[in-house]
Design a protein around this ligand. Structure first.
Ligand code: SAM
Ligand code: TMP
Ligand code: ZN
Length: 410
């Protein structure tokens, strides 16, 4: 793996970002292609680095936002039963904290309305901001109020003028997607009521390092947050990290709570996690070099395994045409010769080809017709749900191939 060659400018503090891992030329992770039209993949160099000043881990180059988030953006948040429950539970919790007479909740990146539908059902004043038109329509069809645009500083000012200040601003798996994060935080600081909170959930870099989950690195995931880097970023905008809670969803996340500086006590969890990051050297050159070398080993092992299964005449399928799988498939050079198809529940992906690797995506019934000998679990972050659902595959003698934290068969 090519590592540590280049520098770029930090999107948070304008410090120097030093590259530590390079995944080469990659397509857009969610650009599933119509069959017969595999040409025309947009390509960019996917590499990741760390800022020497504020420690923020980030991509070395940015893909224009309209190329990723547009009317046909295919990711549907409600595709996982577990995630539907996760957001319903969270909505109930946020609801308890809303004690004022006419609370207002804003979600950045509400997708198909998986979280806000709970607020809509209760008639609570809310607004989802969602640039991807197709998923925004799905949210609207559930009764969710949606603004079909990108959230940023000007949008926040418009929302404030039209609706007044927000008691809660929420974002899940969205803030880390936004390279122009200064504009977002300025917008949030404008929009929040004096005692309001900004809550966001995103993959935790400590979990990525611990699990070698390099497939969390793709075009849409621009930032990889830590408590330390978020603390620093918040202070630049008059905000403060007051709570951090570990979550098991999506392969390990943190739920961060920001408030205006000095308005709320900082929880012991923040102090403890920051100390843990410091002690483990989470963003040290040594840790990052070890991560890069683990990733190179996974690539070798996975390709060797798939080649040997092909040589033995075993059948293999993929499970879950995740955005994450684009990094794995394109970095490892895996195509339909090694994984002939991937099963996926998203109607938006079925019948299409995976970006760059051109593997057909089929609906789930193709998976059991007949079951393959082996299935590569690309949606490993939903493993509990999938393994329970696909008990028949295991009972028929099928085996799962996992590749984080290392390549193994279960
Ligand atoms: N919150 C949902 C969840 O956790 O499942 C959706 C996550 S999805 C990976 C990211 C969403 O962020 C997409 O629906 C995308 O259109 C949206 N998005 C990207 N940039 C945005 C921006 N500047 N403002 C609001 N939404 C944005
Ligand atoms: P995600 O890891 O970004 O949430 O994407 C999960 C993908 O896996 C999405 O395309 C839907 C698909 N999927 C299945 O095909 N079957 C399932 O049971 C689950 C939970 C997800
Ligand atoms: Zn920085």
């Amino acid at each position: 793996m090519d590592t540590g060659r280049k520098n770029s400018v930090c999107h948070v503090c304008a410090g120097v970002v030093r590259e530590f891992a390079d995944f080469g030329s990659q397509p857009l992770s969610d650009a599933f292609l119509p069959p017969g039209d595999p040409a025309g993949d947009f390509r960019f160099r996917l590499a990741v680095g760390v800022c020497g000043s504020c420690t923020m881990v980030q991509l070395m180059s940015e893909v224009p936002r309209d190329r990723m988030f547009h009317h046909d953006y295919p990711y549907l948040s409600s595709g996982s039963q577990f995630m539907r429950e996760h957001f319903a539970t969270l909505a109930a919790r946020l609801r308890q904290d809303l004690t004022g007479p006419a609370p207002f909740v804003v979600e950045i990146g509400c997708n198909d309305g998986v979280m806000l539908e709970s607020f809509a059902a209760e008639g609570i004043h809310h607004l989802g901001v969602e640039p991807s038109g197709g998923v925004a329509q799905l949210a609207a069809a559930k009764g969710v109020q949606v603004r079909n645009t990108f959230f940023d500083e000007p949008t926040a000012a418009e929302i404030l003028a039209e609706h007044g200040p927000a008691d809660v601003v929420f974002a899940a798996n969205t803030l880390c997607h936004i390279p122009y994060i200064g504009s977002i935080l300025r917008g949030v600081a404008t929009l929040l009521s004096p005692g309001g909170i900004f809550v966001f959930e995103d993959p935790y870099f400590a979990d990525i390092v611990e699990r070698n989950s390099f497939d969390q690195i793709y075009d849409e995931h621009f930032f990889f947050f830590t408590v330390r880097s978020v603390q620093h970023m918040a202070l630049l905008h008059g905000l403060e990290l007051v709570d951090a809670e570990r979550l098991t969803v999506h392969g390990g996340e943190l739920r961060y709570t920001l408030a205006r500086k000095g308005t709320r006590p900082v929880s012991p969890a923040v102090t403890a996690l920051a100390a843990e990051e410091e002690l483990s050297g989470l963003t040290s050159a040594e840790t990052l070099a070890r991560f890069a070398s683990n990733v190179a080993r996974i690539r070798t092992d996975l390709v060797e395994l798939l080649r040997s299964l092909r040589a033995e005449g075993k059948t293999v399928a993929g499970y879950g045409a995740t955005a994450k799988s684009a990094t794995v498939l394109n970095f490892c050079g895996i195509g339909p010769d090694l994984v002939p198809f991937i099963s996926d529940t998203s109607v938006t992906k079925q019948g299409r080809l995976t970006p760059g690797s051109h593997i057909p995506v089929r609906p789930p019934d193709a998976f059991a017709d007949p079951y393959p000998d082996y299935a590569v679990l690309f949606a490993w972050n939903h493993a509990d749900e999938i393994l329970a659902k696909e008990i028949g595959f295991r009972e028929s003698g099928g085996r799962w191939i996992r590749y984080v934290p290392d390549v193994h068969i279960v």
